[in-house]
Design a protein around this ligand. Structure first.
Ligand SMILES: NC(=O)c1ccc[n+]([C@@H]2O[C@H](COP(=O)([O-])OP(=O)(O)OC[C@H]3O[C@@H](n4cnc5c(N)ncnc54)[C@H](OP(=O)(O)O)[C@@H]3O)[C@@H](O)[C@H]2O)c1
Length: 245
């Protein structure tokens, strides 16, 4: 008799960290629902990695709720996120503020609310949240992004307290600089290239490798949080040591 594969849901699966996690989970024997807005990218991922595409905007609660109805999710990776223009708070546009809080915080909480009761009933599950060093320490021109990540960090930690004894594990991924498309709309290509090349940024596959290690720990072990930064990035701050030539 063939055993049912564990079912994972990854948000923000079409790019960067989420894409690498999706491929890693599929490679490790999970059935993966890959969620993002880009239907074309998801279709390609379906044909190359056999993942189940779910083209949904996370801010569309109704679509989300009906798409996930009846799904028995074992692993939820709340990874989707956006970064608003990197400017002083006084210059931020209200729609950018709202979108950042909606995608980075409210949507992750909403997806968790949909998936968690099933995990609790089945007495197994693992919830991952992608936080950021920007949620652990202040960075200039990132007040709202930082607030969204500090809030998700706090949510994950408190949720874990709620879940003690339920057998559902919670892990926050505190990422430093990872080379992805995150800044594509807010920095020039040249600025992005410089930011990643100068300091040997972490690669999305590195984060995915760590996630798999955490997931594969024995059930009685919960890695509640891991920080993953470029070796040359100062912990808890925005500064970088200059790379030796
Ligand atoms: N890169 C870093 O240095 C870094 C550092 C710390 C934390 N993080 C966090 O890591 C996570 C992943 O970011 P990334 O760096 O991999 O960036 P990325 O390459 O830009 O990926 C972001 C993902 O989020 C999805 N997304 C955005 N808005 C969405 C929405 N409304 N509905 C559904 N999906 C949406 C995008 O998919 P579609 O465009 O297809 O919707 C995309 O797959 C984010 O939470 C980010 O804050 C990144």
């Amino acid at each position: 008799m063939t055993q049912k594969k564990p079912l994972a849901l990854v948000t923000g699966a079409t790019s960067g960290i989420g894409k690498a996690i999706t491929f890693a989970l599929a490679g490790a024997g999970h059935e993966v629902i890959a969620l993002g807005r880009s239907a074309a990218t998801l279709e390609k991922m379906q044909s190359t990695a056999g993942v189940r595409p779910l083209a949904v905007d996370l801010t569309d609660r109704e679509a989300l709720s009906s798409a996930l109805d009846g799904e028995e999710i074992d692993v939820l990776v709340n990874n989707a996120g956006i970064i608003p223009p990197v400017v002083g708070f006084a210059d931020m546009a209200q729609p950018d503020i709202d979108a950042t809080l909606e995608v980075n915080l409210s949507a992750a909480i909403a997806v968790t609310r949909l998936v968690l009761p099933g995990m609790m009933a089945r007495k197994r599950g693992h919830l991952f949240f992608t936080g950021s060093t920007a949620g652990q320490a202040p960075f200039p021109n990132m007040a709202v992004y930082g607030a969204s990540k500090a809030a998700i960090s706090s949510f994950a930690a408190a949720l874990r307290c709620d879940l003690c004894g339920s057998n559902v594990r919670v892990t926050e991924i505190v990422a430093g600089r990872v080379e992805t498309a995150l800044y594509r709309d807010v920095l020039s290509d040249q600025a992005r290239k410089g930011m990643y090349q100068a300091f040997d940024a972490v690669q999305p596959e590195d984060v995915a490798q760590m996630l798999l290690s955490v997931l594969q720990m024995p059930q009685h072990v919960d890695v509640t949080r891991f920080d993953i930064l470029p070796t040359a990035q100062f912990t808890g701050g925005g500064g970088f040591a200059k790379k030796e030539d």
